[in-house]
Ligand binder design. Structure first.
Ligand code: FMN
Length: 395
């Protein structure tokens, strides 16, 4: 389990503070306690994810394992056709893609690649190796998304050893909190890369002098996304406004996952109640989000990029495979990751900044930075939900 060593703003200091509602009402932690509101809500983690032991066949167990993978906005844009107890096809769920922030569905396919790696590592603990054929019917257009498979998966008896990364599947989390000032030694980074054993991406560490400029542009990407109506609106659609909605939908993004917990969460939930577009897009709300985001971004001591030699659909899936393995390897060393994908995205408002970032990163015209993530140590973050396996199966 990843350990926590530092918290930029501890709940205790936060609890002592008073919060000013926009209405001008002053509310204290004591008053909240009297209303029966806990500073933090933590429900049973095991209720949040399907467990492989609940399922009778290797194919269903494989799905239960793979869905623990990181994936954009936790939309879990995947669905499966069971061919036999040991054979299945994976498709993108085209109703869960992100057309505004991810027009080519590149990141959605990265998420599918993440699924494949996590599933492959996990199923090795159950005595199977996963033979994955990517894009078995070839690459497909955006219009064919969901109709043509991303991967064909065949589970065969394991002849080698269990993947050591499997142990990290339920420890792995995206961490959007402020990171401590612990550096990432190059030797530790190299060991993570070795353990991840990337098959396709070059994984590049950015630390020291060049870091500040990278963090600036990565943050600027969030400014552009939040200031562009369609892309910021997409976040509203996938936002789950309180614990009840989070547990009901079992997907999407939310306040605690973004690092807003305790009293801040209590206040923010009331300000965003009903998730009305007017409240969401109001400059004051956007500014509050950016002010909190920039502090977390700037706390990073290192960024890691995942770069592919080209930018085809297969590159996207393979980048996800490498990313998920690297994240499992980082988890094994008690390091967290936080993707900051905004500047890499392919909608017109982001074009100038994206080109600027690619130039800063020195990549060639053919290459693509598929992921840029900050890496570091932090306190333990929110544990995200996953949907039930049965809802992911095609008839
Ligand atoms: C391709 C890809 C892009 C992502 N981009 C972002 C991002 O820009 N910001 C962010 O906070 N999380 C990002 N994430 C992380 C997901 O939001 C996260 O995996 C998901 O919410 C599930 O949470 P978990 O990783 O803790 O299980 C990304 C993940 C993937 C696979």
């Amino acid at each position: 389990m990843v350990t926590s060593s530092h918290n930029a703003e501890t709940p205790t200091t936060m609890d002592r503070r008073m919060f000013l509602f926009q209405t001008g009402t002053i509310i204290t932690a004591t008053m909240l306690a009297q209303c029966g509101i806990a500073a933090d809500t933590k429900s049973n983690d095991s209720m949040r994810r399907p467990h492989p032991d609940q399922f009778p066949t290797p194919a269903l167990k494989a799905i239960a394992l793979g869905i623990n993978a990181p994936n954009p906005h936790n939309t879990q844009a995947w669905k499966f056709r069971i061919v036999s107890d040991t054979e299945l096809l994976m498709y993108v769920d085209e109703t869960r893609i992100l057309p505004a922030t991810d027009p080519p569905a590149r990141q959605i396919h990265i998420g599918c690649g993440c699924f494949l790696s996590v599933m492959t590592a996990g199923i090795s603990q159950h005595g199977y190796a996963a033979a994955c054929t990517l894009l078995p019917e070839g690459e497909y257009s955006l219009a064919q998304t969901g109709k043509v498979p991303v991967a064909h998966i065949r589970l065969i008896p394991l002849s080698g050893s269990v993947d050591p990364l499997a142990r990290q599947i339920y420890n792995r989390r995206t961490n959007r909190l402020a990171y401590t000032d612990a550096e990432l030694p190059t030797s530790t980074f190299n060991a993570m890369v070795q353990l991840a054993n990337p098959q396709h991406c070059s994984i590049k560490l950015i630390a020291g002098d060049p870091l500040a400029e990278h963090l600036n542009i990565l943050y600027n990407g969030m400014e552009v996304e939040s200031g562009t109506y369609a892309t910021h609106e997409e976040s509203r659609v996938w936002f789950r406004e309180n614990d009840e909605k989070i547990a009901q939908h079992r997907d999407g993004i939310n306040l605690p996952a973004g690092g807003t917990t305790g009293l801040r969460k209590f206040v923010a939930e009331r300000l965003l109640k009903g998730l009305h577009a007017d409240d969401w897009h109001k400059p004051a709300t956007v500014n509050q989000h950016l002010t909190s985001y920039v502090k977390k971004v700037k706390s990073a001591r290192a960024v890691v990029q995942f770069i592919t030699p080209a930018n085809t659909q297969a590159d996207w899936i393979k980048a996800g495979m490498d990313y998920a393995r690297f994240q499992l390897a980082a988890t094994a060393s008690d390091y967290y990751l936080h993707p900051m994908s905004q500047v890499l995205q392919e909608y017109p408002e982001m074009n100038t900044l994206r080109v600027q970032y690619e130039k800063l990163s020195g990549i060639t015209e053919d290459q693509k930075i598929q992921m840029a993530v900050r890496i570091g140590k932090a306190k333990e973050p929110f544990y995200s939900y996953r949907r039930d396996v049965n809802t992911l199966l095609l008839p």
